[in-house]
Structures are given as C-alpha cells and as structure tokens.
Design a binder for this molecule. Structure first.
Ligand SMILES: C[S@@+](CC[C@H](N)C(=O)[O-])C[C@H]1O[C@@H](n2cnc3c(N)ncnc32)[C@H](O)[C@@H]1O
Length: 251
C-alpha cells in the first residue's frame, strides 16, 4: 500500500462502518433507484470514477452492465476486489479495475459515467468535470453525487453545535463524517459546469434526509428506504438533503 494513499486510513471506516449503517444502505438504494430511471438498457459500459469499494457499480454489473471501477486508492480498490471476488463468474467477468486519479481519465468513452461522493474531497470541481464529460460517449449518462452547499447547517444543527450551524449558512466547506475537510457544491453551479462541457442536466434528486436526523431501527430498513426515496424525489424534501444527485446527458 503506498504512503500517499489518503483513503487507506478511511477504507475500513467507509466500507465496513458507513455502508453497514441504515444510512449507508439507504444511500445505495436511493441512488440505485434514481439510476434505474435514467440508465440505458444493459449491456452498456459504466465508468465509476472514485468508485471506491464498488458499492454503487457492483449492483450494475449484476444487472448486466460492463463496469470499470477507477480509483487512485489501492486500499479502496482492494476492498472492491474482495467484494467482487465473491460474485458469480459472469459478474466477475463484467468488472475491471483501474488505479488512477479521475482527472486523468482520457481516451476511452463510456455509455454511463458515475462520480459519487468524490467532488467533495477535491479542491475544485472543474478538472474532474472536464474528465467526466470527456469520458462520456454521445448521448451517454453522467451521474454525480455531491455535498449540498445550501444545507451545510443541517448536520451541526442536528448535533446541537449551534455556533458552527450559524457559520455554516455562508460556508462552502465542512469537516466531513470521516473527520476530513469536505467541499460543497450547488445543483445550479454543477449544472452550469456540465452544460459548458456539452452535458445537459436532466434531473436532480436528494439522497438521504430523515436518516440524518435520527438513527432508524435497522429492522425498519425497508420502509425507511422507501420513505427516503420518496423524499429524494420531491420538493421541499429533496432540497433539504445534505447531498444531491445530479444527472445529465452528453449532447
Ligand atoms: C466517499 S468514497 C466514495 C466511493 C464510491 N463512489 C461510493 O459512492 O461508494 C470517495 C472515493 O473517492 C476516491 N477519490 C479521491 N480522490 C479522487 C480522485 N482525484 N479521482 C478519483 N477518485 C478519487 C477515494 O479514493 C475514495 O474511494
């Protein structure tokens, strides 16, 4: 494992910790349901940029999509390989891995490009947006999940860190759940960056809302996921979510 793998220290917390919670499972479920509304029929090629342990793209490989998981972190890719190794041979054959920074993706184009939970760890969104948009085939689908700059007061307020909540109304960054600094975006700004790169936004959604406010009983997972999906689809709930899911089509 290389010394400069920033995600090495977070891989266990993210894969075994965050994804084991109701919130983590709600996130995967809600994003997957959104994707099903927009994806082309399988088989189609999917590039998962910053794909981590392939939580979002492995279900797509199971549905018959050809998935490429691209991530600079050896530790996260190791988690992805472990998870994919337990799948059937047919699914394993549909997943490949590339260790690289997303910004450097160039040359190959895909029918679908995912970039979920990555922009918030980058100083600027533009170099990544350049790479995501140029990696899309004409008509291809871009799917971005980002931290919502409009709702940064939600988490400190819920946690009763009132001074931080007050400051968060005009902030563009916060200390994320893993203790690292994260940067927030807006739907409007990312939509404009997409348009500037020949990708027309088609829809945006919230992701999780109520699971931020109270830790649900794991026995209620199914109904909680159904509630969160409905909240993610409609106003005013979707706009209150701490993260948003934005999709667009390459011209
Ligand atoms: C919060 S995880 C999200 C993983 C996955 N997209 C998901 O939704 O489960 C963030 C991932 O972004 C990756 N990452 C960080 N900087 C990156 C970059 N410049 N290009 C591509 N991936 C990056 C990290 O290695 C990590 O796997």
């Amino acid at each position: 494992m290389s010394d400069d793998d920033a995600w090495a220290a977070l891989a266990d917390a993210f894969v075994e910790g965050a994804y084991a919670t109701v919130k983590g499972q709600v996130r995967t479920y809600v994003l997957h349901q959104h994707l099903l509304r927009h994806l082309p029929a399988p088989p189609a090629s999917v590039l998962d940029v910053g794909g981590g342990a392939a939580h979002q793209s492995l279900p797509l490989a199971r549905l018959g999509y050809d998935v490429t998981v691209l991530d600079p972190s050896e530790a996260m890719l190791a988690k992805a390989r472990q998870r994919v190794a337990t799948e059937s041979e047919a699914v394993r054959d549909r997943v490949r891995f590339i260790q690289a920074e997303g910004e450097k993706a160039d040359g190959e184009t895909f029918d679908v490009v995912l970039c979920h939970g990555v922009l918030m760890y980058l100083d600027q969104p533009e170099p990544m947006l350049d790479a995501l948009c140029r990696s899309l085939a004409p008509g291809g689908l871009l799917s971005i999940m980002a931290l919502n700059a409009r709702t940064l007061a939600v988490r400190p307020a819920i946690e009763q860190r009132w001074d931080e909540a007050l400051a968060a109304f005009d902030a563009a960054t916060e200390t994320g759940v893993f203790g690292t600094s994260t940067r927030a975006d807006t739907v409007d700004h990312l939509s404009q960056l997409m348009r500037d790169r020949e990708v027309d936004p088609v829809a945006w959604y919230g992701v999780w809302l109520f699971t931020d406010w109270r830790d649900p009983d794991p026995d209620d997972l199914e109904v909680v996921a159904a509630v969160e999906l409905q909240a993610s689809l409609r106003d005013p709930y979707r706009g209150l979510s701490r993260v948003f899911h934005l999709l667009g089509h390459r011209r």
